[in-house]
Write a protein that binds this ligand. Structure first.
Ligand code: AMP
Ligand code: MG
Length: 349
């Protein structure tokens, strides 16, 4: 049995994963209520919460473990908030020494990238490799609060970045836009809920058109354009048209993402599947638009289940399992805290 530990930001999470039969359960303690009052995550408070929550959550493992102890631990090594990552790593190392088993660091972004494949393993672990091989090379979009990455998986363990954001991440743009519109943190679910009854054609926000050949995302102009637009509008008008503004803003983020995906598919006709993961992948409009892009390109569309879109420990355990061979064979690799590298770094020991 594998234990997964995730503590990169404001979610304390544990998961148990059986390499033969799949997931045995995952548990999460969210800190949203704590950070909401500050309008964003406060790293020092988040790490203190992890310190309190993670050890308390260990009790939840007792029943599924039935007296046995895990034989491998995978924890999030980075990227993430340093004091939060330290809590997960410290717990992993303490448990590893107590259970006399190895603990390996896993790259959080690589774990997100594998999450759309999780259901294949859960359905039929024996066929997993054969099924996945038919879906490679895979074009994936990771859209979360801290990252926006378009990447290619050519083999399990080989992930290459095709495009990243020059400024804000998609989730960050949504959260900042929501804040300007007076909505609570994190703004994504609020924007989506209000957008359901809104007209996305109400106002045309910029979608970061890119005339250059190189691929990148850019969302800071969108947020700024919302700010300038709101300055010209009476408060009452904004209040009355809030759902239209949410729909228009959400559409600009979604179309900004869609533009690059279509560009990547036009450039490389060899992709065998399209995938979506990360917290923003919970957004129904984004799921729909990407499903349509996949259908038009005759590609299977894989999207992480909603419970595996945000930060969770099941994806850490799963990624660790998939990359375990590489982790054992390779010399330790430091997880990258920057996104300027052209390939997503593997985990480290
Ligand atoms: P993560 O960084 O993976 O934990 O994801 C958190 C980000 O996902 C935040 O920026 C949220 O606002 C965003 N998010 C969560 N749910 C939704 C949603 N339904 N629509 C759009 N964004 C969302
Ligand atoms: Mg994440």
């Amino acid at each position: 049995m594998i234990l997964g530990i995730e503590s990169s930001c404001d979610d304390s999470a544990l998961a148990l994963f059986d390499p033969v039969t799949g997931g045995k359960g995952h548990w999460m303690s969210s800190q949203v209520a704590l950070h909401e009052q500050y309008g964003g995550v406060v790293p020092d408070l988040a790490s203190r919460e992890h310190l309190a929550n993670l050890p308390a959550m260990l009790r939840l493992l007792q029943e599924p473990l039935g007296g046995a102890s895990p034989d491998t631990i995978f924890y999030t090594a980075g990227p993430g908030l340093a004091p939060c990552l330290a809590m997960g790593k410290t717990l992993a190392q303490a448990l590893a020494s107590c259970w006399e088993c190895p603990a390996y660091g896993v790259n959080h972004l690589r774990a997100h990238a594998y999450s759309p494949f999780g259901d294949f393993f859960q359905d039929s672990p024996g066929d997993f490799s054969t099924r996945v091989e038919k879906l490679l090379p895979h074009l994936g979009l990771l859209a979360s609060g801290g990252n926006t990455l378009l990447y290619e998986i050519t083999a399990i363990g080989t992930i290459k970045i095709l495009a990243e954001t020059r400024d804000d991440a998609a989730g960050e743009a949504i959260d900042k836009g929501a804040k300007l519109l007076g909505l609570p943190y994190p703004g994504g679910p609020h924007i989506e809920r209000l957008a359901e009854n809104g007209d996305s054609a109400y106002h045309q926000f910029p979608i970061g058109q890119n005339r250059q050949q190189d691929m990148f995302f850019s969302f800071s102009g969108l947020k700024t354009s919302l700010r300038y637009y709101l300055e010209t509008q009476p408060e009452e008008t904004v209040r009355q048209n809030l759902s239209h503004l949410c729909a228009s803003y959400q559409e600009a983020v979604v179309q900004g993402l869609a533009l690059r995906i279509k560009q990547a598919i036009r450039r490389n006709r060899g992709f065998q599947s399209l995938g979506l993961c990360g917290g923003v992948a919970q957004n129904r409009r984004l799921r729909k638009v990407m499903a349509d892009i996949a259908e038009n390109a005759s590609l299977p569309f894989l999207v992480a289940r909603k419970e595996y879109c945000g930060d969770n420990a099941a994806m850490i355990a799963f990624a660790g399992l998939l990359e375990r061979a590489a982790l054992h064979e390779n010399a330790p690799v430091r997880p990258s805290l920057s996104l300027t590298e052209q390939s997503l770094p593997k985990g480290h020991r």
